[in-house]
Structures are given as C-alpha cells and as structure tokens.
Design a protein around this ligand. Structure first.
Ligand code: NAP
Ligand code: G4F
Length: 398
C-alpha cells in the first residue's frame, strides 16, 4: 500500500486531495496545527480513515521527525499562509510558513535514509507571474476557404491579441505571498538539481469550490448570496410583492425594502471588480497534483482552465443563479479590499499538463459558480430549518 503525507490537509485542497488518495487505496497522514478552534471541518467525514499528526511546517525539527517516522512514498506540501491580502499585513509570517515551510520539508527529505524513494509535490501559484504575461496574435479575417486575406500587421483591429501565462512566462510577483511562493518554487528546482530530489511544482491558477475559504472573493460572494436569500425568505410579509432585485438604495451600506425603518441587510462589500482570474474547481486540480507525482521525471506544470473572467463576471453568474439580473444596488465598492499591488490578469495555458499528464478539467466557470451558490443557499436553508425545529428538551409540554 502506498503512503502519502499531506501538509495543509485541513485546507480546501488538502481535503480533496486526501479524499482522492484514500479512493486510490493510499494510507494518508496529515499534519494539523494545535489551535484553539476546530480546523477539522473539511475532513471530518474522512477522519477515521486518516492518520493525523500534530505539527507546523515552520518547525524544522518537527517536520524532520514526522518525515523520518512516516517515511512516506509521496509528500504533498499544501501548507501556506495562502491569502494574498493578508500577506501584505503579515509578510514575515507569510514568508516563514510559505517559503520556510517548503525549505524545512526539502531539508528533511535531503537527509532522509529513503530520499530516493520519496516524491515531493510543491503547491506553486499563478500569483508568481504577477504582472507578467505573454501575447499571441491571431488574424481574425480569413476567407471562406480558410486563407488569410488580410495580413497587415498595422491593422491591429483585424487581429485578436491573446494574453496568457505558461511554463515559459517570466515571473514578476506582486505580493509577499507570491514572492514567498517563488522562493519555494526555486528551492524545489535547486534541490532537484543539487540532490536529485524527485520534486515537482504545480503552478496552479485559482481554483475554488464549495469548501473554499470564506475570505477569497468567490466564496465571499456566494456565502453572502446564501445569507441574503435566507434573509429574503425569513421576511415573507416584507417581501410579499417584491422581486428579489427590487430594493431601495437609501444609503450605501444597507439594503432596505420599506424605507429606513423596515428590515435591512448589509450590502456585499468588495474591492477591485475588474481583476481577471482563471478559475477552476479544486477537485479537478488535486487530480493534477497526483498525476505530476506519478511521473518518472519530476517537472513543473501550469494547471488552469485556459479561460479568464473578471470578478464582475463571477458576480453576474452567481447572482443570476438566484434570479437576480442586476446586482449593482446590492454591492458596495470598499477601498479596504483593494491591495497595495494588484495582479490584474491571469489566464493559464495548460497544454503541457494536458499533453504529458493527460489532465483535463471537468467543471467549467459557470458550473463552478452555480455549484458554490447552490451549496451556500442549501447550507443557509439547513441552518434555518435546524433553528426552526424546536429540540425535544425545549418543546412546551402540553
Ligand atoms: P487553504 O485552504 O488556505 O489551506 C492552507 C492550509 O495550510 C491549511 O490546512 C492550514 O492549516 C495550513 N497551514 C497554514 N499554516 C501552516 C503551518 N504553519 N503549518 C502547517 N500547516 C499550515 O489553501 P488552499 O486553497 O487549500 O491551497 C492549498 C495550497 O495551494 C496553498 O499552499 C496555496 O497557497 C496553494 N495554491 C492555492 C491556489 C488556489 O487557488 N486555491 C492556487 C495556487 C496555489 P489551518 O487549517 O490550521 O489554518
Ligand atoms: O479570491 P482572491 O483573494 O484570490 P487571489 O488573490 O487571486 O489568490 C488566490 O489565488 C492564487 C492563485 O492565483 C493563490 F495562489 C492564492 O493562494 C489564492 O488562493 O482575489 C481574487 C481577485 C483579486 O484581484 C482581488 O483584488 O479578487 C479581487 N477582489 C475584489 N474584491 C477581492 C475582493 N478579493 C478578496 N479576497 N476579497 C474581496 O472583497
């Protein structure tokens, strides 16, 4: 039986990866940090099948001890301070976890007795490209038989310029998070070249899911929609003749239906709506991680859908799912959510992963947004009905 060790098992990707590896018959060990709250929610359903060890990737001794004890066949380093905005506020912590953590694992592998049998996966990120992209030019005017009839490079409007990132695009990171990820990325390459470690980096573009952390923009939007739909349903008299999108815009912070004295609901506060991302589903992306590790020769791969959409596009699709065509009165632009430096545009070309790993996506942009909205609406519905059910111990005795 193959064994795998996952750091970051309590996170979005860690939970899907653990499920995937269990389904393939692996024995899976995951590291969790001792914290004062419950971080096991995403893996609660598979906990009995996992081995959980206490640890922290910033503690090199702890990491070495776990790797020595477990001697896993495969190590997946998903642990990170992964929130870009937070990395501007806590750059030092972000560096220690995201760059230092990777170094601690690589050192542990380097000195392990079974180094040659271990395969390592590092969670690199499209954030490393930052402001940079490449371009390709495609002529839009062709004749019926496919022949290019205009070939004048000056006539720019006859051409489509595609901006994209792939394995050959130079990195130009824009945040402490991206810089720490880039350091880890180079460390893997350096340890591969210097010590023959089987280390691969997945340069993964944004991937989301029903389990996405609540402070990333997609989940922040869908969670708000779930709560808003619930509020709408809990105020049946107020909403008797009111379509979901008909609200009074009395001030910038709240949604009202009957003037300022009536029930109100805080608007959705967001930052830059024009940023574009290549968004896929996490379940598809953990499969790419596993495929990389199965290769004989370690390498780095871009994993992406090949499509880009703005935050605005995501809002359109997510609100449409609950019947709202115009969300402009429900959203407030709040400068607090702007970043000191932004990554404006990400569109990955995953040709290498498709060709060499046979990797494909199953969930597209619209399916992703719909699944996330449905899940948050359902979660709120369940919470509402559990509140309405009077527990036996509290029910009035007749
Ligand atoms: P996530 O949900 O934020 O999960 C991060 C995980 O790291 C959590 O399990 C967290 O544990 C753990 N962690 C944080 N600090 C740690 C420490 N000091 N020691 C041990 N564990 C620690 O992130 P994700 O979306 O699943 O992403 C997984 C990895 O892929 C991350 O490295 C992320 O940077 C990278 N990545 C993500 C994307 C994306 O779009 N999702 C794209 C490219 C790369 P707690 O539960 O205790 O906080
Ligand atoms: O959802 P985000 O916070 O994701 P971001 O910054 O792209 O980072 C995620 O993807 C990376 C891969 O490219 C990962 F490496 C990283 O760990 C993380 O998973 O923000 C997406 C975009 C940004 O341009 C941001 O400025 O949405 C914009 N945005 C607008 N309003 C917002 C908000 N982002 C957040 N988090 N919150 C807002 O209110």
């Amino acid at each position: 039986m193959k064994t795998a060790f996952i750091t970051g098992i309590t996170g979005q990707d860690g939970s899907y990866l653990a499920e995937l590896l269990l389904s393939k018959g692996y024995e899976v060990t995951g590291v969790t940090r001792r914290v004062s709250t419950n971080t096991l929610l995403r893996i609660e359903h598979i906990l009995p099948k996992l081995k959980i060890v206490e640890g922290d990737v910033t503690d090199g001794f702890n990491v070495s001890k776990i790797i020595d004890d477990e001697e896993p066949d495969e190590i997946y380093n998903l642990a990170a301070q992964s929130h870009v905005s937070t990395s501007f506020k806590q750059p030092s912590l972000t560096w220690d976890v995201t760059a230092g953590g990777a170094l601690n694992i690589l050192e542990a592998i380097r000195y392990s007795q079974v180094k040659k049998q271990m395969k390592f996966y590092q969670a690199s990120s499209s954030e490393m490209f930052g402001k940079n992209f490449q371009t390709s030019k495609r002529c839009l005017v062709i004749s019926v038989d496919g022949e290019v009839i205009v070939n004048d490079p000056v006539a720019e409007n006859l051409y489509e310029i595609k901006k994209y990132q792939d394995e050959k695009t130079e990195f130009m990171p824009q945040s402490p998070y991206a810089i720490a990820k880039l350091a880890a990325h180079h460390l893997v390459r350096n340890y591969r070249d210097s010590y023959g470690i089987h280390g691969s980096c997945g340069i993964l573009f944004n991937h989301e899911s029903e389990r996405r952390g609540e402070h990333f923009v997609t989940r922040k939007i869908t969670k708000w929609i779930g709560e808003f739909v619930r509020w709408h349903q809990e105020n049946p008299t107020v909403f008797e003749n009111c379509q979901l999108q008909e609200y009074e815009n009395l001030d910038t912070d709240y949604i009202y239906t009957q003037g300022k004295s009536g029930p109100k609901f805080p608007k959705l506060r967001l930052g830059n709506l024009d940023a574009k991302r290549d968004w896929g589903h996490a379940e598809d992306y953990v499969n790419a991680m596993w495929l990389m590790v199965q290769q004989d020769i370690p390498d780095d791969y871009v994993v992406a859908t090949g499509e880009t959409h703005s935050v605005r596009d995501f809002l359109d699709v997510a609100f449409a799912r609950v019947g709202i065509d115009d969300w402009s009165n429900l959203v407030v632009i709040d400068p607090e959510f702007y970043r000191p430096a932004e990554v404006d545009y990400l569109l990955g070309v995953p040709d290498k992963a498709k060709k060499e790993l046979g990797w494909e996506i199953k969930v597209d942009f619209t399916d992703l947004a719909n699944r996330m909205v449905d899940s948050d609406v359902e979660t709120q519905k369940l919470q509402r009905s559990s509140l309405q059910t009077v527990p036996n111990c509290c029910a009035k005795k007749g």
